[in-house]
Design a protein around this ligand. Sequence first.
Ligand code: FO1
Length: 302
Amino acid sequence: MKVVALSGGVGGARLCDGLAAALSPEDLTIIVNTGDDFVHWGLTICPDLDTVMYTLAGLAHPEQGWGLAGETFHALAMVERYGGPAWFRLGDRDLGTHLMRAQALAAGRSLTDVTDALRRALGVGPRLLPMSDAPRPTLIDTPDSTLSFQDWLVGQRGAPRVERVRFTGPPRPAAGVVAAIDAADVVILPPSNPYVSIDPILALDGVRAAVARRPVIAVSPIVGGRAVKGPLAPMIESLAGLPPSPAAIAAHYGALLTAMVIERGDDAPAGVATLATATVMGDRADRARLAREILDLARRLP
Ligand code: FO1
């Protein structure tokens, strides 16, 4: 079964880790959000690409989900001594990734090629595709100002109310993105933030239409009325005017959805085929179990 997963954030990476355990590498392609990317310390930082890559390589910080396990921050401390920006915590090992990516991009290689070389070097089997090879930064309109994504999420801890999420730059999907979706037997939308992790991918030319031609299974990122991680719950209230629930997620994805996976005990959204199970992923075994349940559901779809 050929599977494509769209992913951003820690929840997305963790389910993709489960899918990678349940599938042969050639049967899984992960299309990753790059709307969170930004230039910091003169380096192009790609948080969602690195979070997926580190998670599938088994190198990610286990609790945080982003960055590397066993990390040190000596370079950060030195930057801080010089009065440089220390609000975005880049670790010493993590810097190795940013240095290699920056060097390759400066040599004119595409983000797709760089990502492929890095994930192969770390022994990650499934293909990781950046959603675009061109910068496509997500901007957050708040009551007082428009913030770049990391300024909002990390700099301001996601606190300012989100009035609008905007995507800037050319809406050009990377080569291979639409073709991967067209070749998929199922598209999985993991428990990522729909507004800032999945919508940036769907908003690219031809992507939403391609996804709409495939069976789509989404995993609710809202469990028991709350987000498992991050500022999604207040975003649902401010952007959709709805209480956080699987129904609000289903309403957001609309006609794209073939089925939804929700936490046992939560209310199933009306009009959507639903599987209720344990969706909060603890260890890697949990991730693989949830992934296998989703693939079984995919095989049963009409
Ligand atoms: N998130 C934070 O809340 N604080 C940080 O200092 C931080 C640093 C960081 C460094 C590298 C990286 O790949 C991710 C990092 N993140 C940090 C997470 C990142 O902001 C988010 O994971 C994504 O942008 C959205 O999921």
